[in-house]
Design a protein around this ligand. Sequence first.
Ligand SMILES: Cc1cc2nc3c(=O)[nH]c(=O)nc-3n(C[C@H](O)[C@H](O)[C@H](O)COP(=O)(O)OP(=O)(O)OC[C@H]3O[C@@H](n4cnc5c(N)ncnc54)[C@H](O)[C@@H]3O)c2cc1C
Length: 446
Amino acid sequence: MQKTSTHGTTLRRGDPGFEKAVLGTSFTARDPGRRPEIVVQANNVDDVVSAVRQAALAEMRIGLCSGGHSWAQNHIREGGLMLDLSRLKSIEVNPTKMTATIGPAVLAGELNLALVPHKLFFPTAHAWTVGLGGFLLQGGFGWNSRNVGVGCQNVIGIDVVLADGTLVHANASENADLFWAARGAGPGFFGVVVRFHLKLHQRAKFIGMKLQVFRIKYLEEVLAWADHVGPSVSPNVEFQIVMNPKAAVINAHGMEIVAPVMADSWKEAREMVAFMSNSPVRAKASFTLPLLPMSLNFMMKAGEKTLFLSNTRWSADNMWMDTPIDPLLPEIRNIADTQPPHPSHVLWLNWNGPVQRPDMAFSQEHRTYLALYCGLGKGVDESNYANWATDHMKALEPWSRGIQLADENLARRPARFVSDANMVRLDQVRAKYDPLGRFHPWMGRV
Ligand SMILES: Cc1cc2nc3c(=O)[nH]c(=O)nc-3n(C[C@H](O)[C@H](O)[C@H](O)COP(=O)(O)OP(=O)(O)OC[C@H]3O[C@@H](n4cnc5c(N)ncnc54)[C@H](O)[C@@H]3O)c2cc1C
């Protein structure tokens, strides 16, 4: 029976509302088939402490969920206690210090809107509804992240409920090993982060986007050019190619070159995306949208409404690459030829990150990134596409340098997600703070 008290709302298997309390947390409409024994919906930090203590007494493992956008539905595990943090949504901005303190369930779009009046900025996830809890722990490839750093790099402190129910603060000088782990451990972090303390940035004076659309027959030419020019593209430009069965404007299978840019002026931004106007493939574009100013809020909503539809059964997989793209092109053509219907899509991203980052668990990034998102709407037969993302990534494994946790598929295809040295260190810090294994580890790793 549902029990609401000062300890949050608790539902057990078989209770009315239990199924909704589990599956309703998830962005993807897929049913993973797994179910926890108990769900606790926390209303505040005290509820979190009490739920973690309850799990310890019952010797239960804990699964955690903030915004529920894990493609793999990492929080929905078999057995144990699922702790739903989606009500922890506070936002406090300190414009003078250029910092913010947020609850883990604040969404990307909510933080962005809270910062607009202060002319401040944080590199949130690209889609409006992504929860910052999971986003910040896994790394966080956010808006303008090539310039201002990945999300976790801009976390300056965390408040964490540990496996024994104690609430601690961690930053670069206090519980520094826990802080190190929280910046990159992602869906294998071993504590409940109830508050993130963030460093903010000045908002760019110009925010906008340029778009070019090509038919899929030009795939090899466009990707070879993009891969070649990528390293010289300004870090202020998020240069990416989306292979979309219903590409913008042409409404047919094509490639959208999407280039959001943040700069000091429209003129400067135009110079930064000039590589698209001057490209040798440009004449083959079916459509070009010149660089236009756009609000971040609009871009976040538009991207989600066109590519990341809800009520869709999603699965994803991904890989980092370092080598030039040429030997991969036959398999990428194969990916395009077998692409499931819209809103399924493929992302090629020019990353070329900085040579050095602060010391943190996040430690894997390479020259370019490829991710496959299979999104099946109602009525689409899953059996044709169930393995599309996983199988094509397996085929490309000889060129893979590992994966991003953002789009992880570890349960079905285990892969390296931090450096080998950091994996050893993560296991050591986990053993110190969660010796009894109260928190579920990464899927695919028991
Ligand atoms: C539509 C869409 C767009 C996306 N866009 C981007 C993007 O632009 N850039 C990018 O980097 N990623 C992106 N992602 C991936 C996204 O960042 C991750 O899935 C992230 O985990 C989502 O966070 P969440 O809180 O919503 O997810 P959740 O599913 O709630 O969390 C994922 C996991 O993180 C852990 N976790 C979550 N909250 C806490 C907490 N408070 N304490 C401890 N552990 C916790 C848990 O293990 C949990 O299972 C996108 C995903 C989707 C679905």
